[in-house]
Design a protein around this ligand. Sequence first.
Ligand code: FES
Ligand SMILES: [Fe+2]
Length: 442
Amino acid sequence: MVVDIRGLVDAKQGTVDPRIYHDEEIYQQELKNVFARCWLFLAHDSQIPNPGDYVTTYMGEDPVLVVRKRDGSVGVFMNQCRHRGMRLCRADAGSAKSFSCSYHGWTYDLSGNLVGVPSEDDAYRNEINKAEWGAVKVPQVDNYRGFIFGTWDPSAPPLLDYIGDFRFYFDAFADRTEAGTELIGGAHRWVFPANWKFAAEQFCSDMYHAPISHASAVLALTPDDQDVDEEVFPMDGTKGRQFSSELGHGTGFFVESGDVLANIVGQKPADWFQGGNPEAIGRLGDARAERMRGAHATLFPNFSFLPGINTLRIWHPKGPNEMEVWAWTLVDKNAPADVREAQRIGTGRTFSVAGLFEQDDGENWSEIQRVLRGHIARRSSFNVQMGLGHEWDDDPDFPGKVNRVYCEMAARGFYKRWADMASGMSWDELMASVRKAVEVSG
Ligand code: FES
Ligand SMILES: [Fe+2]
């Protein structure tokens, strides 16, 4: 049965039907129409610097191998043997000359081509056409400033068009220096009993929860001899901005506040991120290099990051009621050693499997999911109306569709894009609707 998904999200009225968070049929449509069609973040260049280096990851629930090939380009193919479907590579990461299946030994090269079949002459009588039985390859792979993305959909627009007007905000995180960025310290990974959209939407759009959900974390991080700084998360929403892209991406941040970054992740990373890196100011300008504070961001659908705090993560879907979070620490390559170490410790303490803020967030998402086990709980829609009708507060420093920081404009954008994609709207239609919306606003 195909569910009419468009009827479940009303971005104009600001309502969402909770079926989108728990329904198995909707989840299957989501895997097919969202995760098998969107550009998804796969890996960072710094994870696979040399030929033969690889990581294994997921696109939706499909396991893939991301491999640095001998010519320096990146190949991405299904982590699935074509003989009987065994997972080809069972390591998280490593370096290899080829990949041999542990079931019957079929062997694939760094591009996923089948190059070896045990007993090819005897058992197969030299009748197998190896060229036909390579691993299934991801047709579009691209790299934006060291971030490697792929999409299963040959008709998906180029990656740059997909990122679109979110680029300005992504660059505040990804383009601070000529040398670029790198991941340090490995990944934190954990399985979590909630639908992935709660997390992706929150990182896209929700500063509103921060002063409430994270009040105790802010208190815990304030030294005993100091008063809690009320301006860490100021309640006045005009002190920050939210940006929503018609493509479903979103971000929010303060432009006037107490030193939210110093409070959360420590003074050293805060100083470095907010003006301590002269190169970043030159590249990004004052607004992005110094004024953006405590930012949250999601690149649709499931890639999120917190500029300054510098965690980045993928919310891997694992069924409608579960996700697996993979979280890393990102640093500027040219950051001094003490800043890097402070950043690594800071993300671990705040946004990681044991992080104070992570636990606050996770508690909300898992409780919502538990409540949604109830029959009556699933009947009434959720309210996504904050700031509805006030979408066009332009700010010369921050281009695109912006609003006050406490707003659900970006959540409406996220769910609208999700509903359009999940219901099977073609890329041509989608990009035309994005262009039209931008024209109307411009
Ligand atoms: S399943 Fe891989 S060789 Fe048989
Ligand atoms: Fe949070």
